[in-house]
Ligand binder design. Structure first.
Ligand code: SF4
Ligand code: SF4
Length: 182
């Protein structure tokens, strides 16, 4: 009898439709990536590496090659040279510092091995490109400040804005417009 009543009153249909309606009215969790919104990773995220400087602007890397030795995929190349100009914190700096991003598995071992905290995993994650040239991160690229400063805590969605650059139109995160926390 109960089943018969359920059938003639379309109870199951109404239950299904009400569930659909509930999700239609609830807040969307879809990120409109990349043109409108971007995910700002947490500080512990392991994205493109950064080579850091001290407060006086001197390079922290002393070209000891410990990161290259610790790297399980052997994708770091360090060529040392003497520093007579005070560029670094010691009398030895990296003439060449290069990471092959095709081989890198973003494990963070290089960061752990570094005695001077020169190499750090950054939060840049848009690393796809059309040529193998840009899959190599050289010293200049690694020394350049990343878009997301270290002090930003992260872990939320931020608005994105279109910006004209020499390389064409780029979508950049607007760090002033935090959208929501998870
Ligand atoms: S993150 Fe891992 S694989 Fe990538 S360069 Fe560092 S040690 Fe090598
Ligand atoms: S990044 Fe650190 S571990 Fe690697 S060569 Fe420079 S100082 Fe040594």
């Amino acid at each position: 009898m109960t089943d018969f009543l359920k059938k003639i009153l379309f109870i199951d249909l109404i239950k299904g439709l009400s569930l659909t309606l509930k999700y239609n009215l609830s807040k969307s969790f879809t990120i409109r990536y990349p043109d409108e919104e971007k995910w700002l990773p947490y500080q512990r995220f392991r994205g493109l590496h950064t080579l850091n400087k001290d407060a006086q602007g001197r390079e922290l890397c002393v070209a000891c090659e410990l990161c290259a030795k610790a790297c399980p995929t052997k994708c770091i190349t360090v060529v040392p040279m003497e520093d007579n100009n005070g560029i670094g914190i010691a009398d030895r700096i990296a003439k060449i510092y290069e990471i092959n991003l095709v081989r890198c598995m973003f494990c963070g071992f290089c960061e752990d091995a570094c005695p001077t905290t020169a190499i750090r995993m950054g939060r840049e994650y848009e690393l796809a490109c059309f040529s193998l040239d840009c899959a190599k991160a050289d010293k200049q690229r690694l020394l350049a400040p990343q878009e997301i400063p270290v002090e930003f805590e992260g872990g939320y969605v931020i608005k994105a804005r279109l910006e004209r650059t020499k390389e064409g139109i780029r979508v950049r995160p607007d760090l002033t417009k935090k959208k929501r926390w998870w």
